[in-house]
Design a protein around this ligand. Structure first.
Ligand SMILES: Cc1ncc(C[n+]2csc(CCOP(=O)(O)OP(=O)(O)O)c2C)c(N)n1
Ligand SMILES: [Mg+2]
Length: 324
């Protein structure tokens, strides 16, 4: 930790904290009836995108996942727009028409997420082709889960990225489950995405999903490689899903002791403790940061509540291209 610039450590902590607080608030507003669609909580899984998106540069692209929906905040999308979208309001990133899968802004590199899992891999690979043609060292980041890692469109995308030498970082956030299926039993290898990378001639790294500095270092190594060579690479982060697949899931398929142990080894609490112990941040600074984020989030929910619902015109505008 001492080799890091303190300002980077503070930034990583803020990223992690902002995503955690946003995750918690999403669940809260879901239970008070403010979210017309789904919430798949990503609480406990925020470190991956908190680190990877810190390394995103202008001109890069990002296609996310159905958890940690506020990740796009780290690409520069305000909480106001993200929460309005989740709350189904026309001031949202996709005029409230999409909900959780499009909390992104294309002008900030956001490509969105397909609700048919894995089918958006080709979109990110296509964006990487744009990056290649530009030749400016930019890249595309495609994030997906452990269960999604076995889908055909993911592998088609990986083959294309490898054969055409396209700058893509494939990021698999392995949270042990795909709905109720345990990937440790269902998938053939321990690291389903990273282990298969060799078959495509891609370098890969595996990191602990609750260790933001390990993720940052490994993502940096891979992203430097991608920017230099123009070739794809794989990062897999190992974690454990804290909450159910969806809100209301009774989780009858999992061992509660194991889940409790995972929640106890919270990477955010550990990182905060280390920053305080090494005097990189003071308690006062931490508290001020928490207050600032809480205010930003409360303002976002208020903005969502006060915003109008989409109209049928909004639905048409977001779904259909204009005739020329
Ligand atoms: C093609 C397709 N099949 C099934 C689903 C239903 N589904 C939604 S989330 C999910 C689990 C995905 O697991 P994983 O990729 O590990 O991501 P996680 O939910 O664990 O973050 C499934 C099967 C879907 N959305 N799309
Ligand atoms: Mg999963």
């Amino acid at each position: 930790m001492m080799n890091y610039d303190p300002s980077l450590l503070k930034k990583l902590y803020r990223n992690y904290l902002a995503l955690r607080e946003a995750e918690k608030l999403m669940v809260e507003i879901y239970y008070t009836g403010k979210v017309p669609g789904h919430i798949h909580s990503g609480e406990g899984e925020e470190a991956t995108m908190a680190a990877v998106l810190e390394l995103m540069r202008e001109g890069d692209y990002f296609s996310g996942h159905h958890r940690v929906l506020a990740s796009t905040y780290l690409t520069g999308v305000p909480f106001r727009q993200i929460f309005a979208e989740i709350m189904g309001k026309r001031t949202g990133t996709a005029r409230g028409v999409s909900g959780c899968n499009h909390t992104c802004d294309l002008s900030k590199g956001g490509l969105g997420t397909s609700s048919s899992l894995g089918c958006d891999t080709g979109v990110a690979v296509g964006a990487a082709y744009t990056c290649k043609l530009r030749g400016d060292g930019s890249l595309a980041i495609k994030e997906y889960g452990d269960a999604t890692s076995s889908r055909g469109p993911v592998h088609e995308g990986m083959v294309l990225a490898a054969s055409w030498e396209l700058p893509v970082l494939f990021v698999s956030t392995n949270n042990t489950f795909g709905i109720s299926g345990d990937s440790r039993e269902l998938l053939p290898t321990k690291h389903p995405t990273a282990d298969r990378a060799q078959g495509y001639g891609m370098p890969s790294e595996v990191a602990q999903g609750n260790d933001i500095l390990e993720i940052y270092e490994k993502a940096k190594k891979l992203m430097d490689y991608i920017r230099e060579t123009g070739k794809p690479a794989v990062l897999e982060t190992m974690n454990y899903r804290w909450r159910g697949h969806f809100e209301g899931d009774l989780c009858a398929y999992r061992d509660e002791k194991e889940a409790e142990a995972a929640m106890k080894s919270d990477g955010l609490a550990k990182f905060e403790k280390e920053l305080l112990a090494k005097k990189i941040m003071t308690k006062k600074e931490v508290e001020a940061m928490k207050k600032e984020i809480a205010e930003e989030l409360a303002d976002a929910v208020k903005f969502g509540e006060e915003s109008p619902a989409p109209t049928m015109d909004d639905v048409h505008t977001m779904m259909l291209a204009e005739e020329n």
